[in-house]
Design a protein around this ligand. Sequence first.
Ligand SMILES: Cc1ncc(COP(=O)(O)O)c(C=O)c1O
Length: 377
Amino acid sequence: MPTVEELMDAPDAWYQVAQAQQLPTPVLLVFPQRVEHNIEQMLQVAGGPERLMPHVKTHKCPQVVQMQLDRGIRRFKAATVAEAEMTARLGPQEVMLATQPVGPHIQRLVQLARKYPQVHISTLVDCPQVVDQLAQAAQQAELELGVYIDVDPGLGRTGVPPGEAVQELFRRIGAQAGVRFAGLHVYDGHMGKLPPEKRPGLVDAIWQKLQPLLDWLDRAADAPYDVVAGGSPSFPHHARHPRATCSPGTTLYWDLGYGTRVPELKLQLAAVLLGRVLSRPADGRVTLDLGIKSLSPDQPRRAEVYGLVGAEMLLHNEEHYVLQPREPCPWPVGQIVYAVPYHICPTVALYDEVYVVREGQVVERWPVEARRRSLGV
Ligand SMILES: Cc1ncc(COP(=O)(O)O)c(C=O)c1O
């Protein structure tokens, strides 16, 4: 497994930007050439654009969806109706809301399908009542929604076991107008925590468990259906199964959490925080302006700072990130710093926009549009 030191090794200082002194930190920098590299890797690993349904929750950004559309990827997953709307506007083939819609989100999803009739709007379910509510709302709007059955492969977050409960949901979908069975959704977010060498066998075990169900569905379904499976740590293994459509998301920007735990993916870090030293309150203490409102606190280690790799975190407050470097640090107040988060997705969601860097220059800004909960519908 690569060490953090190896991942942060950057003799060419690729992350530095010429305008750093003028930028009001904290700022999130995105490097599109690195994002492009990551898209190529996703395509290679999955085996082609038709094998991918990437998640947009990592970047929440229309320009990053467009980069994937430009490479022939036509189907996307979204976590919120706003993410689905941002994506649908760009005219893909399909957008799946990969969170079961409940309450007003059912009507919002139907409104979205109405607003973008040329896009297949789909979602997932694990609850019979939601099937009924979706069917009713879609019938009233005179449209049809694709519905995936959410199968739990062991994460224990959502979904039903791969057996009778799936068959019941399948029949319930088939019995009503307004909803169409689109396939199975199998998200195994627990794979990231497991040692890399265990993942291939465990993914094969998921498919073995699914097989009787797939045999049954092949007989019962009157149209082809999909099996949408996996996130970053497992999609290389799902890709070996010809029926899988792979749905990684973090792969677009990458981060240190996955960088250390999923070494088999040759992805590049593509998003970096730019900050400043805010204070030197004591010898051996460096306080940065990367508080929890600009660097997500959801991981035990938040980030690594170029030049201070391995520094211990002493405090992480709303606007302050206090580090104890391993070696004496000469940085004065105002010093520019670059930091790579361990978990990029929740950090992105803290920013209204990202600063786009090409050849060491900030050239434009892109909105993190779907960080909002609602865009139109
Ligand atoms: C349902 C679902 N699908 C796909 C993904 C993408 O997984 P990853 O972040 O490992 O790429 C996620 C991540 O949270 C998810 O929740």
